[in-house]
Write a protein that binds this ligand. Structure first.
Ligand code: ASP
Length: 334
């Protein structure tokens, strides 16, 4: 499963080049990889969100379209996934395309020791776009280096999860009608949670106040805090959710990422650090939303699900529209 050391390692300045804020807006996504949220700016986000809105109304009216008829997506997942893999698959199928699903790499030649570059160079012989989830930071950039077809990063270890961050931001915009001026709290595992890394970077493009709520051992990585500072944003770190619950417009809750811990006793010590329940929600504003990338493993009690402020299932639906927009964009059909 690892990016083998004997494989010639690409010059990763290539990945950084790709990660620069793109000055392209409309169909400038055609043929491009989506590796990092750093490729987005307010202009091209507006464009993707507009296409996602169009996808929503198309699905609501007709269910599907034939925009990507004849196109094939390879969905290559080296780590477990429910929402990302099935929403990419649904997105492709609702646009009339087909999907090669490799969710269990144990049943593919990866189990025989095949390298990531060889796997992606094989899949692009059959598919027009590759969606990749991999446990190692930088794996998507390496795959993109080797592949001629577009690669979309569906999570690279503790690195980034750009498509999740896009759907998160889209959800905030749809639910609250704005992004500028909001107070956004991220809660839980900010060290290993790739979704909060990507979302924080995207929010640096807006005028928001950020609150990072975590146990001491799971604080937001220093380099991301540095980026927040460089963007000129205010942020507050705390371990007590009660410090923020009354003020925030967005409460973005995350799971403690058990699979990233080397010492499981540390995981045990922090795993139940925050539980969002009706009692806590009683302290929150009337107009605010609770989000979660899911899976939840106890951080939000089921009793919160009927609260109209619980936006996490609506957030999942948005994931499909955003991924439809991205697939259409990179395949030149948006
Ligand atoms: N599904 C999200 C991810 O793949 C969040 C999580 O696993 O906790 O990063």
């Amino acid at each position: 499963m690892s990016v083998h050391s004997e494989i010639p390692q690409p010059d990763l300045s290539y990945a950084m080049e790709k990660a620069r804020p793109a000055d392209y807006t409309e169909n400038g996504f055609y043929g491009r990889d989506i590796i990092s949220v750093r490729q987005f700016n307010r202009e091209n986000l507006k464009y993707i969100f507009r296409v996602a809105e169009e996808m929503r109304s198309m699905v609501e009216r007709f269910g599907s379209a034939d925009l990507l008829q004849g196109k094939v997506l390879a969905n290559l997942f080296y780590e477990p996934s429910t929402r990302t893999s099935s929403s990419f698959s649904a997105a492709m199928q609702r646009l009339g395309g087909r999907v090669i699903a490799i969710n269990e790499v144990v049943y593919s030649s990866v189990a025989k020791g095949e390298s990531l570059p060889d796997t992606v160079r094989t899949l692009e012989c059959y598919a027009d776009v590759i969606v990749l989830r991999h446990p190692e930071v930088g794996a998507a950039a390496i795959a993109a280096h080797y592949a001629r077809k577009p690669v979309i990063n569906a999570g690279d270890g503790v690195g980034e999860h750009p498509t999740q961050a896009l759907l998160d931001l889209f959800t905030i915009q749809e639910e609250l009608g704005q992004i500028d001026g909001l107070k956004v709290a991220m809660v839980g595992d900010l060290k290993y949670g790739r979704t909060v890394h990507s979302l924080t970077r995207l929010l640096c493009l807006y005028d928001v106040d950020l609150y990072f709520v975590s146990p001491d051992i799971l604080r937001m990585p220093a380099e991301i805090l540095e980026e927040v500072k460089e963007a000129g944003l205010d942020y507050t770190e705390t371990s007590d959710i009660h410090d923020v619950i009354r003020d925030v417009d967005v409460l973005y809750v995350t799971r403690v990422q058990k699979e990233r811990f080397t010492d499981l006793s540390q995981y045990e010590a922090v795993k139940d650090c925050y539980i969002v329940d009706p009692e806590l929600m009683a302290l929150a504003k009337e107009k605010m939303i609770v989000m979660h990338p899911f899976p939840r493993v106890g951080e939000i009690s089921y009793a919160v699900d009927d609260d109209p402020r619980a936006a996490y299932f609506r957030q999942m639906v948005n994931g499909m529209y955003i991924r439809m927009a991205l697939l259409a964009a990179v395949l030149g059909k948006a």
